[in-house]
Design a protein around this ligand. Sequence first.
Ligand code: NAG
Length: 140
Amino acid sequence: MKFLSAFLLALAPLALALPTSVIETPVEAEEIAERACYVTCGSNCYTSAQVTAARNSGYNYVKQGGTAGGGSYPHVYNNYEGFDFLVSGTYYEFPLLPSGTYTGSSPGPDRVIFNKSGARAGEITHTGASGNAFVACSGW
Ligand SMILES: *[C@@H]1O[C@H](CO)[C@@H](O)[C@H](O)[C@H]1NC(C)=O
């Protein structure tokens, strides 16, 4: 009996170590979710935070008046393509960049679309569209 107790005591640290590896699994899953694309425009992968930051930045200009760098964004987007957006218009478009918030230089191909209240309408891109037209990004 003494031998058995000593044996179990020796195993105890091992048993305690096991649940730890089980606990790590949700953390790993969360890290993967953060890396996953919330929206994909052409081959550009955007997180939810990037999309939200672009929309908030664009909406701030609409609220306060003015444009990024004194340029042409944001401006009204007329939805000539007829996208079935998440909310109703009037719509505004603002550049969505992989490198950070748009400040007025080259807008790139990707856009966030939001309405006059700042509500998310969807994301669109010139990538894969003909001429100046847009196609929908995947994810909304
Ligand atoms: C923008 O969309 C939101 C959410 O659907 C809606 O409540 C709001 O009335 C819309 N704003 C305008 C100005 O259409």
